[in-house]
Design a protein around this ligand. Structure first.
Ligand code: TTP
Ligand code: MG
Length: 350
């Protein structure tokens, strides 16, 4: 059976939610991220609305630079709780559009605003297009937000289609269109080719994917090692990665964003202790055990790190959980002096 994969990505997600919350901002340049402090601020841009992007503002740009480029933009702090709530509602809608894997479907949530759906069960690209239109409409009606959808024979092409169709677009690339879709694109449009890889390729006169296709597998391997082989395949639109669904609960967890970024160990560890207790309650209620403990730490800005520990065997023991989880959190505390914005705890259950 031919595979049909759908990729969805919300448009200027954080900024669009802010626009939706504050209709008076509609169409104005909006920048969500660190405080610009009239050009002296540190930290980076999380995202910018499309009217702010016209000034050259984009994700990960230093906020001071964004202020220079467009001082009259509306600068807003990151309200993660709100975006997470909206994300959950959107993903609930998205998941309805494909049945679980055992019934021939599947979904994979990639980030707060991005997901893949395996819609091969539909059997045709025309049906997939109809489904995508319905999905976009439902999100617009219920959440008043626009999204872009790409459809293709695999995850790679679907995602690249989305990128080309932004914002508020829908682009379908059928298997016989893959070649002509890829050829004119820039090498940096290919996922996996970042600025450094691109620079090396440009040095030898390779700028378009069509030109990249002329390099042999051996040559790419020689230039980039194992990654070179992946690039070789991707340049031809080949990607076998399945849409990996989380059909059953595999983990439980919680996270907390502090009202103010903090280094206060008392506040951090008190909240952490409470989180451990709540998760442990949930664990017992569902008769689960855990083996892998993951602690998430987000510092000021958006830098997020995780640390995990896998135990020799599964357990339900609260003492073990407290000891191991606190050890992981302590490592974050010792490793960096940056204020902490968010901490999370996740248990892989069995
Ligand atoms: P993206 O989907 O990459 O960006 P976007 O939704 O803002 O814009 P578009 O998809 O239309 O190009 O990321 C989703 C959200 O993740 C984004 O709204 C903010 C956050 N984010 C950051 O905080 N930092 C980053 O560097 C990136 C790339 C995203
Ligand atoms: Mg997005």
């Amino acid at each position: 059976m031919q595979r049909i994969i759908l990729h969805i990505d919300m448009d200027y997600f954080f900024a669009q939610i802010e626009e939706q919350e504050n209709p008076q901002f509609k169409g104005k340049p909006i920048v969500v991220g660190a405080d610009p402090k009239e050009g002296k601020g540190r930290g980076v841009v999380s995202t910018a609305s499309y009217s702010a992007r016209k000034y050259g503002i984009h994700s990960a740009l230093p906020i001071s630079k964004a202020y220079q480029l467009c001082p009259q933009a509306i600068f807003l702090p990151v309200n993660m709780e709100l975006y997470q709530k909206v994300s959950e509602k959107i993903m609930e809608i998205v998941k309805k559009y494909s049945p679980p894997p055992k019934f021939g479907g599947g979904w994979e949530i990639v980030s707060l605003d991005e997901a893949f759906l395996d819609v091969s069960f539909l059997g045709s690209y025309e049906k997939a297009k109809n489904l995508a239109t319905k999905l976009k409409n439902e999100i617009l009606e219920k959440e008043k937000l626009t999204a872009t959808v790409g459809i293709g024979p695999n995850k790679l092409i679907a995602k690249m289609a989305t990128n080309q169709a932004k914002p508020n677009g829908l682009l379908l690339i059928k298997p016989n269109q893959v070649k002509s879709f890829l050829e004119p694109l820039d090498i940096e449009d290919l996922p996996g080719i970042g600025p450094k890889t691109a620079e090396k390729l440009r040095e030898i006169g390779i700028n378009k994917i069509k030109e990249l296709q002329r390099l042999s597998r051996e040559k790419l391997k020689e230039m980039f090692g194992k990654v070179g082989e992946t690039i070789y395949e991707r340049a031809r639109g080949i990607d076998e990665e399945p849409v990996s669904s989380e059909e059953i609960i595999k983990s439980i967890g919680k996270q907390i964003t502090f009202e103010k970024d903090t280094r206060d160990s008392e506040i951090i560890f008190e909240n952490f202790e409470q989180m451990i207790n709540e998760i442990h309650q949930e664990l017992l209620k569902n008769k689960f055990s855990f083996r892998t403990i993951t602690v998430v730490c987000r510092y000021q800005g958006f830098e997020t790190h995780t640390k995990s520990k896998t135990l020799k065997e599964a357990t339900q023991d609260l003492g073990v959980l407290k000891k191991e989880a606190k050890k992981l959190l302590l490592k974050f505390f010792l490793e960096s002096k940056k204020p902490i914005r968010l901490i999370g705890l996740r248990l892989k259950i069995c």
